[in-house]
Design a protein around this ligand. Structure first.
Ligand SMILES: NC(=O)c1ccc[n+]([C@@H]2O[C@H](COP(=O)([O-])OP(=O)(O)OC[C@H]3O[C@@H](n4cnc5c(N)ncnc54)[C@H](OP(=O)(O)O)[C@@H]3O)[C@@H](O)[C@H]2O)c1
Length: 248
């Protein structure tokens, strides 16, 4: 059977989960536009290396807080990929924990602007550009990345967790609305994934002791799930959050 090549737009692929996903999907021959913000040299290195085996890999710099630039990103992706089968909303502004009474509203708005409103706008452009309807053979998909913090909140995390809870809610409503266009909308909620360098060993030990699988998640664990979700094999999964947290 012929291999199905997807066209994919993924945000925030210069680090962690996004980077692992980009590498995996590129190795499978999918055509990809990926975004970066500050890590220019990492983005260019990835693009150069991945293009050795897959010429259809394109990087694009964007600060997703700047909403008026999102249209340009989307136009770039359409120009390179012609149509976009799959949108993976991975980029997020990760923040240090802080007590609620010290949170600054402008900072909270910045988090919402990057983690939620940019996703909202990208989804809107994706839907507007989508010619898909029930007659189409294959489903397109939007995959959002939230966090287990969306469900459980998080101590000193009340600035970040709601931005992720908003994504989970958007996923449910949008999936119902977009099924008639043959667009699936999914959400992945990672637990603690080993993507950060600033680790406090004592806290880490405690966190691991609370994870039934007895280890932190790897970016590759999440990439494997995303690889499955963009595939037509997962076509009947829609409008739901898949948690990937080692059982925590
Ligand atoms: N790691 C975890 O434990 C964990 C747990 C739960 C959920 N998640 C979620 O999983 C996703 C990936 O997390 P991660 O840990 O892999 O992230 P990460 O390593 O911190 O990477 C974040 C990515 O987002 C991009 N980005 C950050 N701010 C941006 C902005 N203003 N505009 C555009 N791009 C921006 C970064 O680009 P540059 O580096 O080029 O600036 C980078 O590529 C996020 O949605 C995160 O909330 C992570």
């Amino acid at each position: 059977m012929a291999k199905i090549i997807k066209t994919i737009l993924i945000t925030g692929a210069t680090s962690g989960i996004g980077k692992a996903t980009l590498k995996l999907l590129a190795s499978k021959g999918h055509k990809i536009v990926f975004t970066y913000n500050k890590r220019l040299s990492e983005a260019k290195k990835l693009e150069k290396n991945l293009r050795k085996n897959n010429e259809h890999i394109y990087s694009y710099k964007i600060d997703l807080e700047k909403h008026n630039e999102i249209k340009k990103l989307f136009s770039f992706a359409v120009k390179k990929l012609k149509t976009i089968d799959c949108l993976i909303n991975n980029a997020a502004f990760f923040v240090q924990r802080k007590k609620f009474q010290y949170l600054d509203l402008d900072h909270v708005k910045k988090i919402m602007n990057i983690n939620y409103f940019s996703v909202f706008l990208l989804c809107q452009l994706f839907v507007k550009a989508s010619k898909s309807n029930r007659e189409k053979k294959k489903w397109n998909s939007i995959i959002n990345i939230s966090s287990t913090a969306a469900k459980f909140g998080g101590v000193n995390f009340t600035h970040y967790a709601p931005s992720k809870a908003a994504l989970e809610n958007l996923t449910i409503g949008l999936s119902r609305e977009l099924a008639e266009k043959k667009i699936r909308v999914l959400n992945v909620a990672p637990g603690v994934i080993d993507t950060r360098k600033d680790k406090n060993k004592r806290i880490l030990k405690k966190v691991i002791s609370e994870i039934p699988n007895n280890r932190l998640g790897k970016a590759e664990d999440v990439a494997n799930l995303l690889d499955f979700l963009i595939d037509d094999k997962s076509e009947y999964i829609n409008g739901t959050t898949l948690t990937i947290s080692g059982g925590r």
